[in-house]
Design a protein around this ligand. Sequence first.
Ligand code: NAD
Ligand code: MG
Length: 392
Amino acid sequence: MKRISILGATGSIGQSTLDLIRRDRSAYTVVALTGGRNIAQLARDATEFQAEIAVTAHDDLLDDLRAALRGTGIKAAAGATALNEAGARPADWVMSAIVGAAGLPPGLAALQQGATLALANKETLVAAGPLVLETAARHGARILPVDSEHSAIFQALVGEDIDAVRRVIITASGGAFRDWPDEDLARATPAQAATHPNWAMGQRITIDSASMFNKALEVIEAREFFGLEPDQIEVLVHPESLVHALVGFCDGGLMAHVGPHDMRHAIGYALNWPARKALPVDALDLAAVGQLNFRSPDPARYPALRLARAVMQQRGLSGAAFNAAKERALDHFIAGRIGFLAMSDVVEEVLNRLSAQTGLIDAEITLDRVLHVDHLSRDCADTVVQEQTENK
Ligand code: NAD
Ligand code: MG
């Protein structure tokens, strides 16, 4: 039996992972499930899957979780330390599906105990790529990509020599505002940004898809995961979201990964790797699809992609700063304090201010430094937003 834990079990990726486990229940022992404020869901899943422990991120919800698990024999725990302990519990396979930089410490804990880390949490590699890869190598742990584009690249590389790779093309749906005129974007609301033309995902990644911050994170994630040079990574807008990524080789060949927009494919691939098993994913009817379209993203419309390039040039802790500033800018947009287009202005300003502090961004990556820069970056984003609102 494969022992598995799910960090972020109550979210979109977590629930899709449990859906796959449910279909092959006897093959798995569920060790730890973690969640946030949705205690009823967490307790229901922990009970159904007879988890050893259920953990909420929020200390103030420990009593509620205990009450919901009374009589089940399942342990309850809460808070950041408990999340790390959930990651550290011996398991063969750990799904990293918390949203945001909060996913980094428990994911590192999972690598330190030698588990295979199925990585949906792209922020982990953006904020601390070299540290994460080095931790995995030191503990003989494997990381398998779950982000659909990175799973696609990973699959296209099976049996290939990475030295023969010339370029990687990541596709982007274009998100909610793909077909909006530029002049309307400034007025876009959080509710409008949180609808996605193709994928059903959590609220935050859906808004990041509309702003292309999601793609910006993914470009950095691809650079870290596959050890590519920044100029080897291209982005194409592909409204159908059926080609998830393409790998271009030195002989001119392109290997494309094509499939329906269902995250259970990428999750199932990581769950069953190195085998392939049948998954509850629809067969794609390409004749019904008819056409696949591709176009270059407009750089003026998507400053997030330019910022990702700057982060890849700068390296060091700039990924941690970039991600944290983006998370705070997104919080402010969701709260209605800044407009849709202001998010990238805030992130750029934070990167400029932190880069001006000697020795801060250029330092070698350690977890403490990542957490420190993350914290500074969020504070700085708050200051920038405050200044912007005062100047209005
Ligand atoms: P979601 O918002 O649906 O779920 C997030 C999970 O993390 C929930 O269990 C929530 O309780 C937990 N969580 C939130 N904040 C937390 C915190 N501060 N500390 C601990 N736990 C916290 O998100 P999602 O769409 O499932 O995305 C999860 C991760 O996977 C993200 O990094 C996202 O970028 C990535 N991802 C998602 C998809 C997708 O289709 N949803 C695709 C590719 C990558
Ligand atoms: Mg993706």
